[in-house]
Design a protein around this ligand. Structure first.
Ligand code: PDD
Length: 281
């Protein structure tokens, strides 16, 4: 695989980042995941805008313009022959001379930028979409700025492991009795044809797929209600699903051991997945 590190395209085995990098030592970094379908980037502008916002919120300098970043994305897709898959991008506050809690002077320490591709043939035709996911609920103990896409992913990783241990696929996180989001996706339920998902705030990541799906849903005359919901309400819903750049729209068929409807992906979830894959290509 050819990867991109600080201005250079290199074989992955030759790519290097300092052991003093603040991304490595302090999770002081932000990231984006953009999907590729038919060799084309999905929603690059949305991801670039959210990246700029994440950087701004953390007082971090962008080491590259968004136009250059688009070129790097395209070049990596081309060099690695990606038809279906993802591009991972990470920017950290760079590698100062020593470990220190205070941010280094950005004039002296440039930020680090890394991009790599993940080839996922069949991503859009995933068998998981036909089967649907089983989720468990766990407490949301993450920090209060989940709207910033930082690389602090230890708790979401632990949540994924808790789900696996329970024989499930993913975990929905719950705060003050209400679902915030999935470990790496936004969460939705459908009741009487109405799509319900938590409103945007600092409590959740502002999903790029979420924005697109809600727009497509409204264009298709579906009713969308943006408000928090509980696990009990989700278990009593007709259907549920998640969205993210790596899963698109993915049906959820079981929550904490309770099957939704007849335990198979619901019609609204299936239709939204079809619409999303059609419209965003
Ligand atoms: N995750 N919520 C969380 C906590 C996420 O990590 C993600 C994305 C989303 C969905 O955002 P988007 O639709 O922009 O992908 C919501 C990425 C895919 C990841 O960590 O791999």
């Amino acid at each position: 695989r050819t990867v991109y590190v600080n201005g250079e395209y290199l074989p992955e085995t030759e790519a290097k980042v300092s052991i003093f990098d603040r991304g490595f030592l302090m999770a002081d970094g932000v990231y984006e995941v953009t999907s590729v379908l038919d060799g084309k980037l999905i929603d690059f502008d949305g991801h670039a805008k959210r990246l700029e916002r994440s950087l701004r919120e953390l007082d971090m300098a962008a080491p590259i313009t968004m136009e250059e970043l688009l070129e790097v994305h395209r070049e990596l897709v081309r060099l690695n022959g990606i038809e279906e898959g993802m591009i991972y991008l990470q920017i950290t506050r760079g590698a100062p001379e020593d470990r220190d809690f205070a941010f280094p002077d950005p004039a002296k320490v440039p930020s680090t930028i890394v991009l790599f591709t993940q080839n996922k043939p069949g991503l859009a035709n995933s068998p998981a979409a036909a089967k649907g996911l089983k989720v468990i609920s766990i407490e949301d103990i993450r920090w209060g700025r989940r709207d910033i896409k930082t690389v602090q992913l230890l708790y979401p990783s632990m949540g994924k492991m808790m789900a696996k241990k329970a024989g499930c696929d993913d975990a929905w996180m719950v705060e003050d009795g209400f679902v915030t989001e999935g470990t790496s996706n936004n969460a939705y339920i459908v009741k009487d044809g109405k799509i319900i998902t938590r409103q945007l705030s600092n409590d959740i990541l502002h999903g790029i797929t979420r924005a697109a799906v809600l727009k497509f849903a409204e264009e298709a005359q579906m009713v969308v209600e943006e408000r928090p919901f509980t696990i009990a309400e989700a278990q009593a819903a007709d259907e549920a699903f998640i969205t993210s750049a790596s899963t698109f729209v993915m049906p959820v068929v079981e929550i904490d051991g309770t099957a939704l409807g007849d335990g198979t992906p619901g019609p609204v979830s299936k239709r939204l997945r079809e619409i999303y894959l059609e419209e965003s290509r």
